[in-house]
Write a protein that binds this ligand. Structure first.
Ligand code: 16G
Ligand code: MG
Length: 545
């Protein structure tokens, strides 16, 4: 077939280094940018097949999120803006690892298994982050699409959630919004302005927010959006990419893991600050107090703020909708206790990775999902949106009930429901704080985080660690979980788990305990157990103090 001749011809321009094996991980392929050209071409091919199969537009995002600038990556976006379905992750790995001469066979195998009608039209949306390697890598994706005669639209520089949004808009024929960057700004900013009309007496000081753009795409996009916000939010932007290096000593991942502020950010004590990550799908907040102490408000605090706000409104509106908060094992124990015991909200725990949380959140009328690292959003079922809409329009409803229904209705369009979105989350958080007349200190005081520590351990093969119970227990290697259990028993209010990373060649260790000292020493002791029982390489982990 002519199409396959074109694939053969084009793939020769994007050759695979022989023997290289890469895995479609937690959030797509991610590694040094120099190793990715063939992967990009092939993901262009795969996205075209996926589009033919689903008869819908598919997205391809070129980014390595919070990874160092030298890395890059790619992830596929399914028709409703969600992560590509797991069976196709397997195809992605298969296609990526086929040696040059086997590429056509691998492609035909997928076509056959999925009974794809090759005469079906295909449409692929492509976006990229600000990494210099993203320019040629996104061209390789476009080559892959055209090799199979698919149509593509190159959105150029966009945040990951913007691309997810475009795909959803396109496939809902505009019902979700207009599939342009401008359409995204208009929808979110108008919704934000509408929602913040409910905040009385908000001073200019309260409308101020310092944003760390991680020297990445989020910074560019916040700049573009600013004028749409009509001074309802005053943003001071730092790490805007003009001088600093992407994700270097800045960004949401740095701030969360290091538990300290980014460099090159001017922070006045008590003022609200937030950090995006390199592709702007994560956000964390923080401030320093009058004694210069740093306070982090991570994804768990964000989930608590949003779910409290929604729950209060649901109660006031008298709406019987089931709301749940979805977390991962990384959620701070205090947040889970607060949500379950004080707020009486259903809490679910899933494996790490947005697709798992998103999926679990879809099971509820309203699913608030956040990873502690700041990735998250809120999903409203169609039925929930309709109920809220009906109540807001019901002329027999008055006063408090009416106000709550209208507020709920105005909240929905601020949220990018396709995936976690730093810009959308920022607007939602800012609106909630303004409406509740709440300071960041008051928000922080809802509950106190248990001190915690995250460490990494290098092992020969991290796949020897197998986990169960949403990654909270290690089922292999033998003896590891028993070792963790006995270490945890030495400390008060302690908890620890280990899991193989889905994005880096390391084993991650998490520990929390009553004091920082205990959390640090528990994390260290568990690291040693991993090193000894799971084939550690390099020197033994050193104690933190
Ligand atoms: C990716 C995931 C994020 C997860 C992280 C875990 C998406 C879009 N992103 O960044 O949700 O928390 O990986 O990384 O799914 P790790 O497996 O290296 O700990
Ligand atoms: Mg990211």
């Amino acid at each position: 077939m002519v199409q396959f001749q074109e694939v053969t011809k084009q793939s020769a321009l994007h050759p695979k280094p022989a023997g290289l094996v890469l895995q479609y991980g937690t959030a797509g392929f991610r590694t040094n940018a120099k190793l990715l050209d063939h992967i990009m071409f092939r993901m262009g091919l795969l996205a075209t097949l996926r589009s033919k199969k689903t008869k819908a537009t598919i997205g391809v995002m070129v980014t390595a999120s919070h990874n160092p600038e030298e890395d890059n990556g790619v992830k596929l976006v399914d028709p409703m803006g969600e992560m590509v379905t797991p069976t196709w992750e397997v195809y992605a790995t298969q296609l990526a690892n086929a040696e040059q001469d086997d590429l056509l066979a691998s492609l035909k195998d997928i076509i056959e298994k999925e009974s794809i009608n090759m005469s079906q039209e295909a449409n692929v949306f492509v976006g990229k982050d600000t990494r210099s390697s993203s320019v040629s890598l996104s061209k390789a994706v476009l080559d892959g699409v055209s090799a199979l005669a698919g149509h593509s639209k190159d959105f150029g520089l966009v945040t990951t959630p913007q691309l997810h949004y475009m795909v959803c808009c396109q496939n809902t024929q505009g019902e979700y919004g207009e599939a342009t960057v401008e359409g995204y700004y208009t929808k979110l900013s108008q919704a934000f302005i509408q929602l913040t009309k409910n905040a009385s007496n908000c001073t200019d000081d309260q409308k101020h927010l310092s944003v760390d753009g991680a020297n990445g795409i989020g910074a560019l996009k916040v700049r573009e959006m600013e004028s749409h916000l009509k001074k309802e939010l005053h943003i001071s932007l730092f790490n805007d990419g003009s001088t600093g290096k992407l994700n270097h000593q800045c960004g949401a991942d740095f701030v969360k893991v290091q538990q300290k502020p980014p460099t090159d950010m001017k922070m006045n004590s008590g003022e609200r600050c937030c950090s995006f990550d390199g592709d702007a799908d994560r956000i964390v907040y923080y401030y320093t107090d009058s004694e210069g102490r740093f306070h982090l408000l991570d994804g768990d605090k964000v989930a608590t703020l949003i779910s409290t706000f929604l729950k209060e409104l649901l109660t006031q509106a008298g709406l019987d909708l089931e709301m749940a908060v979805v977390q991962t094992a990384y959620a701070n124990g205090s947040s889970t206790n607060y949500l379950e015991d004080t707020m009486k909200v259903t809490v679910r725990c899933t494996k790490t990775g947005v697709k798992h949380l998103h999926h679990a959140a879809q099971e509820f009328d309203i699913g608030v999902y956040f990873e502690a690292n700041g990735h998250g959003t809120v999903l409203f079922s169609k039925a929930a949106e309709e109920k809220i809409q009906r109540l807001a329009e019901d002329s027999s409803v008055a006063n408090e009930r009416k106000r709550a229904a209208l507020l709920l209705r105005s909240t929905i369009p601020v949220i990018n429901q396709t995936v976690g979105d730093a810009i959308s989350d920022m607007l939602l958080i800012e609106a909630i704080l303004a409406i509740k007349g709440m300071t960041i200190q008051q928000w922080d005081a809802i509950y106190s985080d248990l001190p915690n520590r995250q460490l990494k351990v290098k092992v020969a093969d991290r796949r020897v660690i197998d986990t169960a119970d949403a990654e909270r227990r290690a089922v292999s290697p033998k003896g590891l979980q028993e070792a963790i259990d006995s270490l945890v028993r030495k400390y008060r209010e302690a908890r620890s788990f280990v899991r193989p990373s889905g994005t880096e060649d390391v084993v991650r260790v998490y520990a929390e305990a009553e004091t920082q000292e205990s959390a640090d020493s528990l994390a260290h002791e568990v690291s040693l157990a991993v090193y000894r029982l799971a084939g550690g390489v390099g020197g033994e982990p050193e104690p933190l103090h």
